[in-house]
Write a protein that binds this ligand. Structure first.
Ligand code: SF4
Length: 292
């Protein structure tokens, strides 16, 4: 164990003091995921009713210091690759099957593709992986799909996909009205749909959809139908879908009327989509009730 790592382990969970990178055992990764937050300012171009970003605590900083980001991620990669991270709480309680580094995920307190340094960060992280012989570790972009066609973002996507990349793209609605109500963004719904199609024609994308109970109601039949039609359109127009992730609210939200869907309601939606898209891989992540 290097002195540097030893020093860090002595300060348990030192990454709590990191500004950009954090480790997490992720349900969706089935293992260890290293998160990279490109939005330390907590600014997002969406304002989802279910957003779980902590806006009560002021941002620690607003800038992106790429040298520091590399240093933080490099240390976490070393701890993960050596297995030493699993000696430190809470990772010491991870099941044996989860003790594997699955991915580096661009997922933070805002939309990663809004960062001017998006492509540069991907290039640096690809180099960090290569230096450690970790080329197989995936790079996962978790995006609200709003900027997938911006030229600077496309440059970043090209780099991402050349280095074991995956694009997990949000689509939370089937209609403009519901999208506006839930995602509360200035970005037109049609642009989201266009971005998804153009991107999925070039690379397979995974669609992430959060279904919730909003103002006491789960998604309406017509909304679910429209959502299915959007997926069908993507496929009909030559889009490649890697799969579908359905999930619901898992933690307290700032909007008390944004509540998790129950286990049974989410299962019913999944069954309906499975009927319609039998060959599309689908994963369902339950809220607090389903985790019990
Ligand atoms: S896109 Fe993500 S970070 Fe942005 S408001 Fe929605 S949930 Fe929050």
């Amino acid at each position: 164990m290097t002195e540097l790592i030893k020093a860090h382990l002595d300060h348990r969970r030192i990454w709590r003091d990191f500004d950009y990178c954090y480790p997490v055992i992720s349900r969706r990764s089935h293992g260890l995921s290293l998160g990279v937050n490109l939005n330390p300012d907590k600014v997002c171009n969406f304002d989802c009713v279910y957003c779980e970003v902590d806006h009560q605590t002021p941002a620690r900083r607003r800038d992106l210091d790429l040298t520091q980001l590399e240093r933080e991620l490099g240390l976490l990669l070393d701890l993960a690759a050596s297995g030493e991270i699993y000696q430190v709480p809470p990772f010491d309680t991870a099941a044996p099957a989860q003790r594997r580094l699955n991915d580096i995920a661009f997922s933070g307190d805002g939309e990663p593709t809004t960062a001017r340094e998006f492509a540069e960060v991907i290039s640096r992280i690809a180099r960090l992986k290569a230096q450690r012989g970790l080329e197989d570790v995936k790079l996962v972009l978790i995006t609200d799909s709003s900027r997938l066609q911006a030229p600077a973002v496309v440059r970043g996507l090209e780099l991402l996909m050349a280095h074991q990349g995956e694009i997990w793209a949000k689509l939370d609605a089937g209609t403009e009205a519901f999208y506006r109500e839930i995602c509360r963004s200035q970005v037109p719904f049609q642009r989201i749909l266009d971005n998804l199609l153009v991107t999925a024609r070039r690379w397979p994308i995974l669609i992430q959809t959060l279904f919730l109970s909003w103002q006491g109601q789960g998604p309406a039949e017509a909304e679910l139908d429209a959502y299915g039609q959007r997926l069908q359109h993507l496929l009909d127009q030559g889009g490649q879908l890697q799969g579908l992730q359905l999930y619901t609210v898992a933690r307290p939200t700032p909007e008390p009327k944004a509540r998790p869907l129950g286990h049974r309601e989410l299962d019913a939606i999944a069954a309906r989509l499975k009927d319609r898209f039998p060959t599309l891989p689908m994963e369902v992540y339950y809220g607090p009730e389903g985790q019990a």
